[in-house]
Design a protein around this ligand. Structure first.
Ligand SMILES: Nc1ncnc2c1ncn2[C@@H]1O[C@H](COP(=O)(O)OP(=O)(O)OP(=O)(O)O)[C@@H](O)[C@H]1O
Length: 618
């Protein structure tokens, strides 16, 4: 039986949280001034936990029962020492020893039940938050994704939500567990002997304060260590990656990188060592101090015993209770910081859940079931968030139903930006765009996007089968429709010849399709969707003649009977367009058909000379 007062050292002060707990404490900071508890936030966290009321009742019942049972074993020991042994009662001895084992067994079983229940709460919370976050992230506009690092989004959905699972249940359970144990123990020792109980409490401040100090120091170091670890991780990710390695080898920077890496690992090592040693001296003195409690009990309890006012068993029992008192008190020393850290994680998740999508349906937005395809840009201006100059300004032009309009202009003129405004990936910052006379902002996003097809230079394919990638455009497409679209896009024969045909897995880490094949797949996808409006960003990279002609034919099929806006890079495409919109620095500088623009001898004529004119082969 432990008679040393049960002082277990600093690790126990983290209140049931993992030792790396401070690592998650990014917002509260390890040693900063403690901010007052945000009641609104706290209430919101409790609302998140409230659907699990029944489970919580079970958890608290287990904790209460465990705390109550925890005070029984020392009483049984007292019975052994005061009654069973001195009075030579072997049956009582067996009974009491059996009782000790039995009580511990029941406590163990209650612990298992409580773990099971709290895991249910934790997993439920994880499930809820993850799904809510994913739904919210899906609604975010493109500008959110262009301004947020991908790693940060992944961290929100994985590690932050993951941390909430443990921290929410861990913190609540740890606080309740420690509080209940302290209360039960104090009640019992005061019942046994109020004067000795007071003595046991006298040393508490001497133990409590250093624990709090060391906890604080460790959190600070652990936050620093986490930052350094993150730098290390980022460095490794960047350097040990195809692109980074290519640069390193090409520019002979391997030794410099190795030395930068060594510096980082040196910092991690130093911080980790500091963390391990932090507070060791203080704790050494604490361990001396922690025997003061039991020593006082032995001394004053001994005097009481000499005067026949206390039994030996009672002294031993009270000393045993000290472990039940000091350990949970130490755990509670840093409870405030634990709560702050748990809230900080919730705060980050809530801030994302509260992030209103910039592009959303206006109240009373109309559902567009079909469109004639008349598009008007009326004095449209647009600036990217954080950009110094507008990408588009005073932009006006019309696309008549069924018309093919080419966007032409130097790099950075705003061609891609225009194509982003049509499906409302961004909204114009000035002016408006109308479809069949309706401002795009008055149409529901879903019905607007259902009318638009997009074939871009970079075709993104999910890591899934060819069939699944195609069905993404139209989940209810039949096998015949799928094959028909692939045939029209001149990709069917190729797909059918793949190892698993249409079931072949494609994507980044699977069967890699060539640029031309991906583009034809993308055309097939657009054909399946069968949109009235088509946006096409023609590939700049030159393909071999066969590929090129296959794509041209596929595109021709796709473009038939549709209104189209095309970022054109080829003369052949421009020639088939009804109108060319020439852009420069986000302005429309010329509009008209090919021949008329050439005759004007302006920017288009200049671009034509540089980019589009067929090279003479003599
Ligand atoms: N996410 C962004 N944030 C800030 N500025 C941007 C962003 N995307 C584009 N821009 C800027 O907006 C301007 C127009 O870019 P856009 O991509 O529309 O040009 P483009 O005509 O399509 O060029 P290219 O032919 O080279 O693809 C450029 O000056 C560009 O730097």
């Amino acid at each position: 039986m432990g008679v040393g007062g049960g002082w277990r050292g600093p690790d126990q002060s983290l209140g049931g949280l993992p030792r790396t707990f401070g690592l998650q404490n990014r917002n509260t900071g390890g040693d900063g001034p403690q901010k007052p508890l945000d009641r609104v936030l706290l209430r919101r966290v409790l609302t998140c936990l409230s659907p699990y009321k029944t489970l919580w009742v079970g958890i608290f019942a287990c904790l209460g029962a465990t705390a109550a049972l925890g005070v029984v074993p020392p009483l049984l020991v007292r019975g052994i020492l005061d009654d069973a042994i001195p009075k030579h009662q072997p049956t009582l001895l067996f009974g009491l020893v059996g009782g000790i084992i039995g009580v511990n067994l029941v406590m163990g079983l209650l612990g298992v039940l409580q773990s099971f229940l709290s895991a249910q709460v934790g997993e439920g919370l994880l499930y809820d938050l993850r799904n809510r976050l994913f739904l919210r992230l899906q609604q975010m506009s493109l500008s959110y994704y262009t301004t947020t690092r991908a790693g940060e989004i992944v961290a929100r959905v994985s590690s932050d939500v993951g941390a909430v699972q443990g921290v929410a249940t861990g913190t609540v359970i740890s606080i309740a567990n420690n509080l209940l144990t302290v209360i039960a123990t104090i009640v019992v020792i005061f019942g046994m002997n109020p004067r000795l109980a007071l003595l046991a409490l006298v040393v508490v401040p001497g133990l409590y304060l250093p624990t709090k100090l060391v906890g604080k120091l460790r959190r600070k170091l652990s936050a620093e260590a986490q930052e350094t670890q993150a730098d290390l991780l980022a460095f490794v990710q960047e350097r040990l990656h195809v692109g980074g390695m290519l640069l390193t080898q090409l520019y002979g920077q391997a030794p410099a990188d190795a030395s930068a890496f060594e510096k980082l690992t040196q910092r991690v090592k130093a911080l980790n060592l500091k963390q391990t040693l932090a507070g060791r001296w203080l704790f050494m003195s604490l361990s001396v101090f922690s025997v003061a409690g039991p020593a006082l009990i032995y001394l004053f309890g001994g005097i009481e015993a000499l005067n026949n006012r206390l039994t030996l068993g009672s002294i031993i029992a009270i000393v045993a209770y000290l472990a039940n008192l000091y350990r949970p008190l130490a755990n509670l020393a840093n409870v405030y910081v634990d709560i702050q850290a748990a809230l900080a994680i919730f705060e980050r998740i809530f801030s994302l859940l509260d992030h209103d999508p910039e592009i959303a349906d206006a109240p009373g937005a109309k559902t567009l079931t079909q469109t004639r395809g008349e598009v008007r840009f009326e004095s449209v201006g647009f600036s990217y968030p954080n950009a110094a100059t507008p990408a588009l300004s005073e932009l006006s032009f019309t696309i008549a139903p069924g018309e093919r309009v080419a966007l032409v202009g130097p790099s950075g003129a705003g061609k891609t930006t225009i194509t982003y405004l049509l499906p409302r990936f961004f909204d114009p910052t000035e002016g408006k765009i109308t479809l069949d006379g309706l401002d795009l902002r008055e149409i529901t996003l879903e019905s607007l996007r259902a009318r638009i097809g997009m074939v871009t230079q970079e075709t993104f394919l999910f890591h899934a089968s060819v069939k699944q990638n195609l069905l993404y455009a139209r989940p209810d497409a039949t096998e015949e429709q799928l094959t028909a679209a692939a045939k029209s896009a001149h990709i069917h024969d190729f797909l059918a010849a793949l190892p698993d045909g249409y079931d072949t897995i494609v994507g980044e880490r699977a069967f890699r399709l060539s640029g031309g094949e991906r583009q034809r797949l993308s055309i097939a996808r657009a054909l399946l969707k069968n949109p009235e409006l088509l946006i096409l960003d023609e590939a700049t990279s030159s393909l071999d003649a066969t590929s090129e002609s296959l794509i041209q034919e596929a595109l021709e099929t796709l473009l038939q009977n549709r209104t189209a806006l095309i970022i054109a890079h080829r003369l052949s495409t421009i020639r088939t367009c009804d109108k060319i919109v020439v852009l420069e620095h986000g302005h429309v500088v010329e509009v008209g058909p090919h021949e008329a623009l050439l005759a004007k001898n302006g920017l288009y004529a200049e671009l034509y000379q540089k980019q589009f004119r067929p090279v003479s082969t003599n």
